[in-house]
Ligand binder design. Sequence first.
Ligand SMILES: *[C@@H]1O[C@H](CO)[C@@H](O)[C@H](O)[C@H]1NC(C)=O
Ligand SMILES: *[C@@H]1O[C@H](CO)[C@@H](O)[C@H](O)[C@H]1NC(C)=O
Ligand SMILES: *[C@@H]1O[C@H](CO)[C@@H](O)[C@H](O)[C@H]1NC(C)=O
Length: 394
Amino acid sequence: MLSAYYFLLPFFGELATAANLYATHYSGTINYLAFSGNSLTLTSSTRTGNTLPSWITYDGPGNALYIPDETFYGQPGTLTAFAIGSDGSLMPTNKASTPLGVVATTLYGGSNGKGFIANAHYQSSQVTTFKLPLSNGQPLQTLKYTMAAPGPNRGRQDAPHPHHVFVDPTGDFLLVPDLGADIIRIYQIEKTSGQLKECPGATTPPGTGPRHGTFWSPTGANTSSRIRRGADSTMLFVANELANSVAGWSVSYLASGCLTLALKQTLTPYQGNSTAARGTKIGEIKVKDNFLYTTNRNDKKFAPNDSVTQFTISSAGSLSWTDTTSSYGTYPRTLDINKAGDFVAIGDQTSANVAIVKRDPATGKLTGQAANLRIGTTGTPENEDGVSAVVWAE
Ligand SMILES: *[C@@H]1O[C@H](CO)[C@@H](O)[C@H](O)[C@H]1NC(C)=O
Ligand SMILES: *[C@@H]1O[C@H](CO)[C@@H](O)[C@H](O)[C@H]1NC(C)=O
Ligand SMILES: *[C@@H]1O[C@H](CO)[C@@H](O)[C@H](O)[C@H]1NC(C)=O
């Protein structure tokens, strides 16, 4: 074993800074990017086969990726599946027709957590699921949402607007933050059939507008049984787009079978808990080890650029603001941290660029831009154009 490591180390050392990424542009492309450590270049650009590619669900081990369609009028959208070649090239494999307005997808269920795919339809107030591989058939399940009266934010809370779908650390539950209805919807996953069974949702204060979420457990607390027993302070962190805040929810698993949430903390993304500038819209939220990051669209903190906030997570799961740094572009819609934790990719939607920012894995600090690349045409503020998603291909 020792001699094998000895042999491999210099080899990995040389390759340490070579990496690839995929980024979607709302004009209908997915772009394969190469990052060398200090430069970012476009390797290839492929049509996604749908109208408004809004999200990338990347399955590295399965050499597959999925791109949903945010199209919001006319014909239904298309969910497209691709096989990834050894050189990173994308080969379309299967597709399915979906209702309008998909803004996020996730794999779930089956024997390996990849048996099914769920879609959050912002515009058409529903979640749909499909069995994988896609077979161009009907959804497995369609969950339609209604609400009795509009929420306090009349422009954005006219109807339920599910904005994200993601799975808990045990793989047994699927969560759906609903920006329009001020609810975090919770479903129990029937792993074999892929059916979602409704649990009572968590209600946010009116006007909160929950958008995206991410789970966190202390380092090492990674077994389902520990998490289920509540042996670790598992938390759900949610980016609230309308309130421009981050919420920390403690997670409990009930003997009756459901997952429940309790609101513990709400903080703005700025020092001293100061209020976001008018027009700000929190976008993405991501965890790496004991650090949490949000992207703060249109806050113009580093004008003309917007910002990214770093929080530190205590062992008990409480957040403290740590730093706010440039997003190196405008409307940072998407952010992804590489596995090594030494680089962060920020997808700035409206300026249509991907910025690679250096990160100190020990302190979680973002320490300046390493590379930046414009992809396709720039967008216009508040429109469905520009860069929609970015992921590290690893
Ligand atoms: C949990 O994490 C530890 C430390 O990273 C690792 O050694 C172990 O294999 C992990 N266990 C599971 C079940 O993933
Ligand atoms: C921080 O601001 C948020 C949003 O305005 C508020 O809900 C929360 O109570 C504040 N927290 C503290 C610790 O002041
Ligand atoms: C904004 O981002 C661009 C692109 O990285 C960069 O060149 C510029 O210096 C940044 N401006 C400020 C004020 O941060």
